[in-house]
Design a binder for this molecule. Structure first.
Ligand code: 13P
Ligand code: SF4
Length: 338
């Protein structure tokens, strides 16, 4: 047995309150193998003045075990901009860590697995944006945060799933007749339905590989099998899927909806860990889980977090000039979202 990672009395004591919350999610045997990592990460975090930011799609052991701040992309960006910690460990995907670095260039930002990417961020590069700007002059470029720093640097204002509608509406109020909303085609089409006052130009090659898998038939089947179910979808789902649902919003907006309204039964049309995290905190909620796994989010694990923190591996660097330009578009979003 590896004594470095033994489930000692000290580990059991320090982690028992976390296991109390997660015992419906994990077996005792699995917990005993993971708790020593949680214990070590939490101690090391304090020693190094580090903070762990975790997205809502992280697994419950990370979400409840080691994260200091959890939330959707907007919340994580807001927190990265104001933390006093010297080190940020980003438990999420690469663009999230890059956004933290852009907002806090003086801090050291690490991602526990450099290969945790995103199909949306992969779908577009800075050259593509330059070409779009030539094709549509005098058109504001609104870019989803799920993009690289190079793409953000070519952008007027970023958005997330929680503020995209508001940002596009504000641009319409400012007198703009059209807007480029890239790269998620489905998010843009869903926003366009709510903003008929402005023409929304989309990028047809960008889709989330997780949310694009849901179909209207999936939603109809959930309704058929579950009387009185309230169905919530992430706006990265195709518009015909969102049309079949009762509510659409960012990951945190979905969580807020079910925790406040407490429907008899709810189905979250999004990534699997969302429901697991909500279920752990709200054992009385009845959640149907027709979820899909994000293979990138799932690359982040407790052993990789410990390695990154201990050995300082997976550090994020962004070219200074790119970071300055990219920061303007993220700051513009944060300003508009206040
Ligand atoms: P949220 O900003 O809603 O958390 O979404 C991020 C994401 O990657 C969803 O797939
Ligand atoms: Fe990207 Fe989709 Fe994974 Fe979110 S769920 S990180 S949009 S691939």
């Amino acid at each position: 047995m590896n004594t470095k990672f033994a489930y000692t009395k000290e580990v059991a004591q320090a982690t028992s309150s976390i296991f109390d919350k997660l015992n419906s999610q994990y077996s005792e045997a699995y917990w005993k193998s993971m708790a020593p990592y949680i214990y070590k990460i939490n101690r090391l975090k304090k020693e190094k003045n580090a903070i762990i930011l975790a997205h809502n799609y992280q697994t419950p052991d990370i979400f409840y075990g080691v994260a200091d701040i959890v939330g959707d992309s907007l919340k994580l960006a807001q927190e990265a901009a104001k933390t006093d910690a010297e080190i940020i460990i980003q438990c999420g995907v690469h663009f999230m860590a890059e956004t933290s670095k852009i907002l806090s260039p003086e801090k050291r930002v690490f991602i526990p697995d450099f290969d945790a990417g995103c199909s949306l961020a992969e779908s577009i590069n800075a050259n593509d944006v330059k070409k779009l700007k030539e094709k549509y002059p005098n058109t504001p470029v609104v870019t989803y945060v799920n993009t690289s720093a190079d793409v953000k640097a070519e952008t007027d204002i970023c958005c997330t799933s929680s503020n995209a509608v508001n940002i596009v509406k504000k641009l319409a109020e400012q007198g703009h007749k059209q807007v480029l909303l890239i790269p998620d085609e489905y998010l843009a089409l869903n926003v366009a339905k709510e903003c008929p006052e402005i023409k929304v130009i989309t990028w047809e090659r960008g889709h989330c590989e997780v949310h694009e898998r849901f179909t209207p038939e999936d939603i109809k089947n959930i309704r058929k099998r579950n009387e009185d179910v309230v169905i919530l979808a992430h706006p990265e789902c195709p518009p015909e899927v969102v049309d079949e649902c009762d509510f659409s919003g960012s990951t945190s907006q979905m969580q807020q909806y079910v925790e406040e309204k407490r429907p008899k039964k709810a189905a979250l049309i999004t990534e699997c860990s969302m429901s697991d995290n909500i279920a752990a905190a709200n054992p009385d909620l009845n959640l149907v889980t027709p979820c899909q796994l994000c293979p990138h989010m799932k690359k982040i694990t407790l052993p990789k977090i410990l390695k990154s923190l201990q050995e300082e591996t997976g550090e994020i660097f962004v070219d200074k000039q790119i970071a300055i330009k990219a920061k303007k578009s993220v700051d513009a979003m944060l300003e508009m979202s206040k």
